[in-house]
Design a protein. Structure first.
Length: 111
């Protein structure tokens, strides 16, 4: 008598490829945001009159946020599954980008 494990999630080669593609696209979209501060750090420090410790904290924030999200990701993945977590991630990225665009849209208008 062999027992087969119950799978409460969807499986299939097509879905696996879709999940891999989604992970790669999400990783590629987040990489520039995490690494783009370095080349313009002196300009940011001067424009906002940041102290040295504030500049160091600013450069440490992406790594800190990635670590916090890493701890949160495992329970979320267990609760909503891979595809649910990918959809939730895409929605959160869209909301964040939309919020950033709406906050800068007013300042980009002439007048």
């Amino acid at each position: 008598m062999t027992s087969q494990p119950e799978h409460s999630h969807r499986t299939g080669r097509g879905l696996d490829v879709l999940a891999l593609a989604a992970l790669i696209l999400i990783a590629c979209s987040l990489r520039p945001a995490a690494s783009s501060l370095g080349p313009v750090l002196s300009e940011v420090q001067g424009a906002f009159a940041l102290a040295e410790w504030q500049t160091g904290l600013l450069t440490a924030l992406p790594g800190l946020i990635f670590a916090i999200c890493g701890f949160i990701a495992v329970p979320v993945l267990k609760k909503v599954g891979l595809f649910g977590s990918l959809v939730m991630t895409c929605v959160l990225i869209t909301v964040g980008v939309g919020a950033g665009l709406s906050s800068t849209a007013g300042s980009a208008l002439p007048g």
